[in-house]
Design a protein around this ligand. Structure first.
Ligand SMILES: Nc1ncnc2c1ncn2[C@@H]1O[C@H](COP(=O)(O)OP(=O)(O)OP(=O)(O)O)[C@@H](O)[C@H]1O
Ligand SMILES: CC(C)(CO)[C@@H](O)C(=O)NCCC(=O)O
Ligand SMILES: [K+]
Length: 243
């Protein structure tokens, strides 16, 4: 039994796996980490190993708590990956992006793949049919767009995600929703379209905290799976650590 841990920029997401089956999952704020990890480990006493991918900060006490109870495998830029890394600055590539790319290689072998992770940031990661990881794009996520409009202007209120009533925002609130949400959807649809122009046969995988919202609204056909990163960690563990 394996505990997969994704320390994101905002939240921590975890899943318990028995071979290929996801038995349980949880998502929580970093301040709750020690508490929530203890609960999971009490419930699943058979967990002996954990695999961890970290982009956000994680307190030493949390790491110590995990290490005292199980064998912790932390993914690093030097961990073996199932693709050729052609990024020009491999040392600065986000670990989460590497894990997503490896998941795409394991779950969708030998095809052009674009992984879109819509979380704090939206990341785009492209792996070609010969398993070359070429890079992609980084842009602000939905919540970040709402927050930056509020934080960097004098008059704009902080709103939470809501479907715009239409294209033409007829009030301050509707203008913000239209700009953030319609802009986000046009970005995702537009970028997928541009990748398809370069690579006619393309598999698009969608994941991250905003998966469900996005999957309902994008025009392009995609595989939507909010747990793709956690499942990719499970595959990485099976293929590279527990060989
Ligand atoms: N409980 C929640 N807390 C925060 N964001 C949430 C929550 N539920 C859904 N979301 C949405 O998820 C997005 C954040 O995604 P996610 O939780 O994957 O981010 P994250 O923890 O920072 O991970 P990453 O760093 O991998 O993007 C936000 O844009 C927000 O709209
Ligand atoms: C882009 C984020 C913040 C997304 O979580 C993360 O992947 C990261 O910190 N990346 C480093 C920069 C890069 O990937 O080139
Ligand atoms: K992300």
């Amino acid at each position: 039994m394996l505990l997969a841990i994704d320390v994101g920029n905002t939240r921590i997401k975890v899943a318990v796996f028995e071979k290929d089956s996801l038995l349980d999952q949880d998502a929580f704020d970093k301040t709750e980490a020690v508490n929530r990890f203890s609960k999971i480990l009490e419930k699943y006493t058979q967990i002996e190993n954990a695999i961890l991918s970290r982009v956000g900060f994680l307190d030493e006490t949390v790491l110590k708590c995990l290490e005292s109870r199980l064998t912790l495998h932390v993914i690093t830029p030097d961990s073996p990956m199932p693709f050729y890394n052609r990024y020009e600055t491999p040392k600065t590539l986000g670990i989460d992006r590497m894990v997503l790319a490896s998941g795409a290689v394991f779950q969708f072998p030998k095809q052009n793949r674009l992984v879109i992770d819509s979380g704090t940031c939206i990341t785009y990661d492209f792996i070609d049919a010969d398993d070359n990881y070429l890079g992609g794009a980084i842009s602000p996520g939905l919540r970040l767009r709402y927050e930056s409009l509020h934080n960097y202007t004098a008059k704009l209120p902080l709103l939470t995600l809501e479907n715009p009533s239409g294209l033409i925002g007829g009030s301050t609130k509707q203008s913000i929703h239209s700009g953030v949400v319609n802009g986000f959807l046009c970005e995702v649809d537009g970028l997928i379209e541009r990748y398809r122009q370069q690579y006619q046969v393309l598999t698009v995988i969608l994941t991250g905290g905003d998966t469900d919202f996005l999957a309902k609204s994008v025009k392009n056909t995609i595989f939507a799976n909010p747990n793709f990163l956690l499942e990719s960690l499970n595959h990485l563990y099976q293929y590279t650590i527990n060989k």
